[in-house]
Write a protein that binds this ligand. Structure first.
Ligand SMILES: Cc1cc2nc3c(=O)[nH]c(=O)nc-3n(C[C@H](O)[C@H](O)[C@H](O)COP(=O)(O)O)c2cc1C
Length: 309
């Protein structure tokens, strides 16, 4: 990868600043479906698998996806096979992954985050842990927990006590004051904040005029939420002294450039890679051109540019 794009997230060395958003890119599945050797030509600079929980979860009733004018509504509800299957079955298959692996975990109670983090601490393949305290589609834990600064801090502390790995806390935008949650996570021991998870939303089936999603409400992602994400990145990176992973609607290299300038150290792509799973590699190449055009010699120089005099 080109020198100007090389960057780092804490102790993780990255070939470029574009990673995937949890739950939107299943490497093991994509490898089979696309019949491409994605492991060798991995498009993202780090891999974040879907969030896992202590126990397997079936997720919410279908339909779980609905496309809106400028974004996607989902109500998956953290469907996953549980952390044991992740550790015993998925991680061995990811041994040859050429980039850092960031495991994402969620719990129903704050101490679940400690239990999951402890199990992952035994896994050499795991380079960092992201606490998803921001899923809008589960009633227990997730949102309820991630909207409360006290519980945010507590969940982070439990995880911090259980792992020496680089610890990321992923926040929800569905709150009045997102910076107070970022502060609580950093006080609890977070090494990094990632924002944003999806924005609360709803759609009606146009013919039946009934809720389009089985779960009634869902989380909105994609281009519609970019301004919400940009604000969260800007405000949090000004407020706390840890790196920020920015995501929410980033679709083009210009979006990546703006998220970095707003204060993100790394940008995650979610919904946009449903259309093109290899998009991230192209965005990294285009980002290099945009940086050159604007005279940025390194990613470090670009990060937080919007804050500078
Ligand atoms: C279908 C779908 C599933 C998702 N699953 C997860 C998940 O398991 N864990 C998580 O932290 N975020 C999950 N997210 C949220 C994304 O990681 C990301 O924060 C959000 O979609 C905003 O980024 P985007 O607009 O680029 O998609 C999911 C999003 C979508 C669309």
């Amino acid at each position: 990868m080109v020198e100007v794009l090389k960057t780092a997230l804490g102790p993780l060395g990255l070939g470029h600043p574009v990673i995937n958003a949890s739950g939107t890119f299943d490497l093991l599945e994509a490898d089979e479906v696309l019949r491409a050797d994605l492991m060798a030509e991995f498009p993202f600079a780090a891999y974040v698998p879907k969030t896992v929980t202590m126990e397997p979860r079936a997720g919410n009733d279908p339909p779980r996806l609905f496309e809106t004018a400028a974004g996607l509504l989902n109500s998956i509800g953290l469907a996953n096979r549980g952390i044991e299957a992740f550790i015993d079955e998925d991680l061995p298959r990811l041994a040859a992954l050429p980039v850092p692996l960031i495991a994402s975990i969620a719990g129903e109670r704050t101490d679940d985050y400690g239990r999951c983090a402890l199990l992952l601490d035994e896994c050499d393949r795991v380079d960092a842990v992201e606490l998803n305290i921001s899923c809008p589609n589960v009633e227990l834990g997730g949102m309820a927990l991630g909207c409360d600064p006290y519980k945010t801090r507590q969940a982070t502390e439990y995880a911090r006590e259980s792992t020496s790995r680089f610890l990321i806390v992923k926040l929800t935008p569905n709150v009045t004051d997102i910076t107070s949650l970022a502060r609580a996570a950093v006080e609890g021991g977070a090494d990094c904040i990632s924002v944003i998870n999806t924005v609360h939303g709803m759609a009606l089936d146009p013919l039946r005029l009934k809720p389009a999603l089985g779960h009634v409400t869902g989380g909105l992602s994609g281009p519609a939420i970019k301004p919400v994400a940009l604000r969260a990145i800007y405000m949090i990176s000004r407020e706390v002294d840890v790196p920020v992973i920015g995501m929410g609607g980033a679709t083009t290299a210009q979006d990546v450039l703006e998220f970095l300038a707003a204060g993100a150290s790394v940008v995650a792509i979610g919904t946009a890679s449903f259309r093109d799973p290899l998009l991230a590699a192209r965005l990294a190449g285009e980002l290099r051109v945009l940086m050159e055009q604007r005279g940025f010699g390194s990613v470090r120089e670009l990060i937080g540019h919007a804050h500078k005099e």
